[in-house]
Design a protein around this ligand. Structure first.
Ligand SMILES: [Zn+2]
Length: 92
């Protein structure tokens, strides 16, 4: 069984989690300044690396919080998980 460590609940079975896509994608500060190609890039284009990858996961069957995961896409090994905002690091 594949285990994922929720920053608040600890290690749980992967069946409790939902994948949310690539992590750390920043919304453009001024979306109106983007042309169609740049906007499409922000909305749809994602990296598909072989190796280290930053991802978003949701503990959908637990605390329902979103968090970041550093995972290797080849070995599936999770190097770390972390709250998305520094203010959440104490579990608040
Ligand atoms: Zn949780």
């Amino acid at each position: 069984m594949f285990l994922i460590r929720c920053p608040w609940c600890g290690e749980r079975a992967e069946t409790e989690f939902s994948y949310g896509g690539e992590g750390e994608i920043s919304r453009p500060l001024d979306p109106d300044a983007l042309n169609d190609a740049e906007w499409a890039d922000y909305l749809f284009l994602r990296s598909n690396p072989r190796g280290a990858h930053k991802e978003l996961w949701n503990h959908s069957q637990g605390c329902r919080r979103w968090f970041g995961v550093n995972r290797d896409t080849v070995s599936y090994k999770i190097d770390s998980t972390y709250p998305l905002h520094a203010s959440e690091e104490d579990g608040q």
